[in-house]
Design a protein around this ligand. Structure first.
Ligand code: SAH
Length: 296
């Protein structure tokens, strides 16, 4: 596996998934294949790995090459889980994992536009085969909607000022690089001495969630996935920011109460990564893991 990407909370995820029991497991966000590899090493009979990013799938293919006969990699959005499983003639599975958000490869690889650490085209799409880039969306979206998006997905209290600055700047020239956007955002925010994080961070997070519609349909996906679990199978979800975790928490709770799904939440409180893991892997810092089991 590419240096730099370490799967998050692998031990905890495997403790819930129990791939040593064998069977078919779905990795809804295969990424670079780290969690899938752990499932296969532990004894999973078959792994279905889904990702919307073709670069990630290429990397997962390398990571999982020793188990190629047991692995099916599918370029899809996990929100299409029903058609992915139908296409493989699979009705029920023995476990499912969703490790949400962007991978460190997407973040660190040059040319993707997720990071303002380098100057590059403002793309931000996880799936570059479809949809509009961040630059395209920023060019056409009304000030009010930009402000609402940055507020909702970035929890940014200066969202109105930032949206105004964006609209003023795009009249001069297109905002199509990461550095140009970061500079506009930094200038729009009043500075108050020492900043723990770069003031552009929240806006970049917001735009990334917006471009990829990361929160849309997460609840529907979890419901669909839960219905595909065999009795005793577990669903494990790892999220990376509070907006996402809130949806996961409420949806799992609602599914627990719904009579036609029969799901039991196994994590009263979400599990978080230990200090040791956080020290080794900054991506683990904000991770929250929730798990549920399909009942008879
Ligand atoms: N668990 C992986 C890392 C996953 S990172 C590993 O061990 O390597 C998250 C991955 O989810 C990214 O590759 C991203 O492209 C993918 N992803 C995010 N949203 C998705 C969606 N809606 N459908 C499919 N894949 C998605």
């Amino acid at each position: 596996m590419r240096a730099g990407h370490v799967p998050v909370m692998t031990a905890e995820a495997m403790r819930y998934l129990q791939p040593e029991r064998g069977g078919v497991f779905v990795d809804c966000t295969v990424g670079l294949g780290g969690h899938s590899r752990a499932m296969l090493e532990a004894g999973a009979t078959r792994v279905i790995g889904i990702d919307r990013d073709l670069d990630a799938l290429a990397q997962a293919r390398v990571t999982l090459a020793p188990w190629a006969a047991k692995v099916e990699l599918v370029h899809s959005d996990y929100r299409a889980i029903d058609s992915v499983l139908d296409g493989l003639n699979i009705t029920l599975v023995d476990g499912a994992l969703a490790d949400l958000g962007v991978s460190s490869m997407q973040f660190d690889e040059p040319g993707r536009g997720f990071s303002f650490q380098r100057d590059e085209p403002l793309d931000m799409r996880m799936d570059r085969s479809t949809g509009q880039t961040a630059a395209e969306l920023i060019a056409i979206t009304a000030e009010r909607e930009l402000a609402d998006t940055i507020y909702a997905y970035g929890e940014e209290r200066f969202s109105r000022r930032i949206a105004r600055a964006i609209v003023e700047a795009r009249r001069e020239a297109p905002i199509d690089t990461t550095l140009r956007l970061a500079t506009i955002v930094r200038r729009a925010i009043p500075t108050r001495g020492y900043q723990r994080i770069d003031p552009a961070t929240r806006t970049f997070q917001a735009l990334r969630i917006w471009v990829n519609r990361e929160l849309d349909g997460l609840d529907v996906f979890l419901g669909a996935m839960a219905k595909r679990l065999r009795v005793g199978a577990r669903l494990v979800v790892i999220s990376f920011h509070s907006l996402e975790d809130r949806i996961v928490k409420h949806t799992l709770r609602a599914l627990e109460k719904s009579a036609d799904v029969a799901l039991k939440v196994l994590t009263k409180k979400p599990l978080v990564a230990g200090d040791e893991e956080i020290a080794l892997n900054p991506r683990a810092r904000s991770a929250k893991l929730r798990a549920a089991e399909k009942l008879a």
